[in-house]
Design a protein around this ligand. Sequence first.
Ligand SMILES: Cc1cc2nc3c(=O)[nH]c(=O)nc-3n(C[C@H](O)[C@H](O)[C@H](O)COP(=O)(O)O)c2cc1C
Length: 396
Amino acid sequence: MLRLLTAGESHGPDLVAIVEGLPAGIRVEAPTLDRDLARRQTGYGRGARSTRIERDLVEVTSGVRGGRTTGAPVTLRIPNRDFANQPSNPARLTAPRPGHADLAGRMKYGIDDFRTVRERASARETAARVAAGALAKELLGSFGARVGSFVLQIADVGANLGGGLGHLDEGALARLFSAAEADPVRCPDPSASERMRAAIDGARSGGETVGGVFCVFATGVPAGLGSYVQWDRKLDGLLARGVCSIPAVKGVEVGPAFEVAAMPGTRAQDSIEWRDGRLARGTNMAGGLEGGVTNGRPVVLRAAMKPLSSVRARVPTVDFLTGHAADAPYVRSDVCAVPAAGVVAEAMVAWVLAEALVDRFGSDRLDAMLAAWHAVSSSDLPGDVPPVAARGETGQ
Ligand SMILES: Cc1cc2nc3c(=O)[nH]c(=O)nc-3n(C[C@H](O)[C@H](O)[C@H](O)COP(=O)(O)O)c2cc1C
């Protein structure tokens, strides 16, 4: 079983992730983890804190020797490079910001100072998830799986992909990902990217924030991960939980689910075909999951992020010290974090898929996991099981 715990506060000395259950033998290099941390910090629309003050670098302090996991719990520590500049006794915050965890935190934990709530509820915590997700990506990479993301929409500006999500194969997803990686807003459509940046600039000058939609996908995922035999083993549900746990993500869709909802049943299914001596599928409307199990096609999800709650423009709240109406306090903030949320979603998808891999081929050692996978893939993965007729046998 794979387990992940994160700890740490937004303005505390560090963030920590403890990862347990990774097999021994996975390659771990801090620069690979740092690359994803840097990707989380960039993206047009981020505030000064993410882009200038804290440049996240990870320290791997246990569970790795000679650049490989040992099977022991891995500790990932991300020091807060801004910690020394923090005031030792910051003023209490007594007015909750709508849309943040402030008021809910007071109701749940009885905390009077909303600053205490935000220290843990802040999306800064996602840096620890991204570091852990980079480890999960290494494990997935050993099985030939790759995880990526790109932005589809910022505010009301949508990207044109030249076709719906259900028509993107491995090659198309890889091309969209590499175009997005070179784009300031992580959008593969250059003309939409320009309009998205204009929308972010407009929001910034009006004291507003914007949300959007991103796609997160995984290619080369072994078939047969997840299960339909019990509700809490269905991988579509587990992936949706992982992505929806990202702060400000409020909707998750498997494949083009909302588009499919309007289609006739015949168009909504991905045909099963026998092509050039191999099993093949038509479209990928299912987003790579049928019955909560990976089917060998790319796993494709889409997620919606709300506009960020810290806005410079006036938002009404109540000051709990005075009991009077007040304006929500403004804290330096991002205008748009959709490109960064896509990177966090990669970490969550990689994590959930890694859990499913360990569940299926689990072992204490990577080589034994790979051997278990090869044993299955040479017997029952799509393409290796010709229908009876194609094998020249007589069916019943
Ligand atoms: C990468 C990332 C950066 C974020 N940055 C901000 C921010 O600068 N300002 C803000 O108000 N919310 C930001 N958020 C969203 C808040 O953390 C989130 O809305 C808040 O914790 C309440 O959680 P909820 O929206 O999921 O209910 C960010 C989210 C992510 C994923």
